[in-house]
Design a protein around this ligand. Structure first.
Ligand SMILES: [Zn+2]
Length: 418
């Protein structure tokens, strides 16, 4: 998977040319399922905390940072700065759960260029990447110099290992933010808006699903432009208060009718009997959401995107839910496109994104990452407590809960080792 990047304006490009400087983009590659997007305020704050140099903190605070997902059990993302892979940010368990950032060789070269900081110098010939060295690394990583090259060494149980080396200088780049990115992608954004609105019009949709997340917000906005007047909000009773408020406010803001539907019995009334919803036994979506749609007839606009997950990548381009047929105007959009569009139209968005959440859904959702589940403990202690206590009552130990083991009926092999 790849997107374009303008080296002059220091912004991602989705069109064939940069609408600011007219340059042709070069390609920035990332994982097939990376679903690249700008870093949130929370993630920018994390990087700032994890990189112990004030020059770097100030540099990255004035540049676009892009994140692309990497396969893994929890949060693990490639971090792109100035259009190259600057490092990896992940949430890991090493004694306790915590965040770790490790720069690439190129990232280390940029850090060295801005700070002149070196942890230690090595002499060596030939290929150094992957070599073990007898040095004590105090944090997670250290910047090393090998002849004319810069590299990064990561801490191992004993000593350290050279993780990556880059031979060359990294030039600093122009400041950039989302406003610049919108300017450089103006033509592309006009185009995808037009295509989506036409698709919705052609489908004769009469409803649009609205959950309060960024994709469904954009779907609602586009459906509104296409003349759809009714938004359907499936309130599971397990929504974050921010989501609930955002749903009401955004529907008001657009002046669309909001149809709020809830299950006949609440989650808490049925969970004892049905059991904890897990990734491999997910009764909740059907019971809490889809069943409520059974009395609706016609066509419903839905913000589903194929890059959200492997399952959605192979999902059919339309679907029937009772008497409803779905239409997916954002099916081919990247997360980046959704964010560019939100900024392009100056739309408000759910505040949870800036608080460290990426997937907004129920606060008991087994699809949540541990990074998000643990974050909830800080941001929504009461909701966290309620679910945590319930899981404990079902026989899970505190550590098992924090490791996220309740999210599977049959644990995947990799997780058994955690
Ligand atoms: Zn440009």
């Amino acid at each position: 998977m790849e997107i374009g990047y303008c080296p002059r304006c220091n912004i991602p490009l989705r069109g064939k040319r940069c609408d600011i400087c007219n340059a042709h983009p070069y390609s920035l590659r990332f994982h097939e399922l990376g679903d690249i997007r700008p870093a949130s305020k929370y993630e920018r704050g994390l990087l700032s905390k994890l990189i112990p140099f004030k020059e770097i903190r100030s540099y990255i605070s004035r540049r676009i940072i892009l994140l692309a997902r990497q396969p893994g059990l929890d949060y693990r993302k490639d971090v792109f700065l100035d259009g190259f892979k600057f490092g990896t940010l992940e949430y890991i368990k090493s004694q306790k759960w915590r965040w770790r950032f490790v720069p690439t060789g190129k990232g280390a070269a940029l850090i060295y260029g801005l700070t002149s900081h070196i942890d230690f110098e090595l002499r060596g010939k030939g290929h150094m990447k992957g070599k073990k060295i007898e040095k004590e690394v105090s944090g997670d990583w250290a910047i090393i110099k090998i002849n004319a090259c810069t590299g990064v060494a990561v801490k191992e149980e004993r000593g350290a290992k050279i993780k990556d080396v880059y031979c060359g200088r990294i030039a600093t780049k122009k400041r950039s933010d989302m406003r610049n990115a919108v300017q450089g992608n103006r033509f592309f954004l006009e185009k995808i808006e037009k295509e989506a609105v036409e698709k919705i019009k052609r489908s004769h949709a009469n409803y649009v699903a609205f959950s309060g997340g960024k994709d469904s917000e954009v779907a609602l906005y586009l459906a509104h432009l296409a003349g759809v007047k009714k938004a359907v909000y499936l309130n599971t009773g397990l929504e974050f208060p921010e989501t609930q408020r955002f749903v009401y406010n955004f529907a008001d803001f657009l002046g669309v009718e909001l149809i709020e539907l809830s299950p006949p019995k609440s989650f808490w009334e049925v969970v004892d009997e049905r059991g904890i919803p897990t990734k491999d036994r997910r009764w909740c979506t059907k019971y809490l959401k889809l069943q409520q749609l059974r009395n609706l007839r016609g066509v419903i606009v839905d913000g589903m995107r194929k890059y959200e997950s492997l399952r959605r990548m192979h999902a059919p381009s339309t679907r029937r839910i009772g008497g409803l047929r779905t239409v997916y105007p954002l099916f081919n959009w990247l997360s980046l496109d959704v964010w560019l569009y939100i900024h392009y139209r100056g739309l408000p968005y759910n505040p949870l994104y800036d608080m460290g959440f990426e997937r907004l859904g129920c606060y008991t959702c087994p699809s949540m990452l541990n990074a998000e589940f643990h974050r909830m403990k800080k941001t929504h202690p009461q909701l966290f407590r309620r679910w945590f206590e319930y899981l404990k009552k079902q026989g899970y130990g505190e550590e098992e809960i924090m490791d996220g083991k309740w999210r599977w009926n049959n644990l995947p092999p990799k997780l058994r080792e955690v």
